[in-house]
Design a protein around this ligand. Structure first.
Ligand code: ACO
Length: 340
């Protein structure tokens, strides 16, 4: 498949580190030095996962030069849906993508990467031609704004990438790996509350609802700096690509120190590591496409560029992909020979 368009959307309101230090016992200096984060966007009234994902998706369609009715599939990576029955169909309806099937995929901060890889499977084996892959999260709903260890980290946003079937020579997903380790699930959770209410004599039913994000930051940090380099090293070796051949490292934006550690492991200079943590913090499934869109639009990522990407987070889940950015095709008509 080829990556031919991208888009993104963020809420209007910004909350700075200074704003947060008026609420919890923290400081701009602590947050910047430990995470690289300077501000984050938080959804206000009327801004939802659906509205952000729709805006990002529409921008990606426009960039690719596609009409919504040309889409076969919409994958929405999110861990903070507007509707637990699925938010992707709302996005499909809002876009007017009447010929697309749409469903959610949940894998926390790995969700976008897992969705991109999933899109390739549908293109490769199910005959789908045009797919919109969206990562969108509104974790501000689930953050305990009085817990300084987590509330400084997260923000809201959405990013989208348009991918299409293409001849094998133009394939933009060169290699990938996906991993899960549920034995470490307790490190980072957004779990159902355990509250019950009486139902009939001798029986109670669980009350729906979630407890705020709980994270063992140190464990997640150690996991990330161990597993992300390992999965990327495996990918590079398997595909015979040297780190010097990479144009960009496009990692999940969780912490600048994690980005720096991975870059150091591969001797990739900081100038080739994409980071927008300072503006947006960790937007979960949205970070990778939000960052890609910014870098494509300001001309850093150009057609033909090779990127090593990695998503990681709750699950625990992580993965990596070697990706080549194609950009909008001048002739948007699809070839007859297709490849994943
Ligand atoms: N302001 C000031 N002090 C704070 C803050 C804060 N916002 N938060 C914690 N502290 C304090 C702690 O209470 C502790 O104080 P103590 O020593 O008196 O007990 C001290 O700072 C050090 O705390 P640590 O947790 O050890 O801080 P650390 O250097 O590990 O940084 C952080 C914490 C930034 C969360 C880091 O561990 C991290 O980034 N972890 C990875 C998170 C991540 O990658 N998540 C990705 C997945 S997200 C997803 O999937 C949804």
């Amino acid at each position: 498949m080829a990556l031919v368009g991208c888009g993104s959307a963020v809420p209007a309101a910004t909350i700075t580190n200074l704003d947060l230090s008026a609420r919890v016992d923290t400081s701009d200096e602590w947050i910047r030095s430990r995470t690289g984060i300077g501000a984050r966007r938080v959804a206000g009234p009327g801004e939802t996962v659906t509205s952000l994902a729709t805006a990002a998706g529409q921008a990606a369609l426009d960039h690719a030069g596609w009409r919504a009715e040309d889409l076969d599939l919409i994958l929405l990576a999110t861990s903070s849906p507007d509707d637990l029955f699925g938010t992707a169909p709302r996005v499909q309806g809002a876009l007017g993508a009447c010929n697309a099937v749409a469903f959610d995929l949940t894998a926390a901060c790995s969700g976008f990467l897992f969705s991109l890889i999933t899109a390739a499977q549908y293109i490769g084996s199910a005959g789908m031609r045009r797919v919109l892959v969206i990562g969108a999260d509104q974790l501000s709903r689930w953050v305990d704004w009085d817990d300084r260890s987590t509330c400084v980290l997260f923000g809201d946003g959405a990013g989208a990438v348009a991918v299409q079937a293409c001849p094998a020579a133009e394939n933009g997903l060169l290699a990938f790996r996906m991993r899960s380790d549920g034995s470490r699930n307790g490190c980072l959770t957004l779990a159902q509350s355990t509250q019950h209410r009486p139902l009939v004599a001798g029986l109670s039913a669980q009350v729906g609802g979630f407890t705020p994000i709980h994270m063992n930051g140190q464990e997640v940090y150690k996991f990330a700096v161990r597993e992300v380099p390992a999965v990327l090293a495996e990918l590079l070796e398997a595909s015979g690509v040297a780190a010097e051949q990479l144009d960009w490292l496009l990692l999940h934006q969780a912490n600048q120190r994690i980005l720096d550690a991975v870059a150091e492991r591969f001797a990739v200079p900081n100038t080739r590591v994409l980071s927008n943590l300072a503006s947006y913090g960790n937007t979960s499934a949205a970070t990778i496409p939000l960052m890609l869109d910014e870098a494509v639009r300001d001309g850093r990522v150009r057609p033909g560029h090779l990127l090593a990407s990695s998503g990681f987070g709750a699950g625990l889940s992580w993965g990596g992909a070697l990706v080549r950015w194609s950009g909008p095709q001048i002739d948007a008509s699809l070839p007859s020979a297709v490849a994943a």
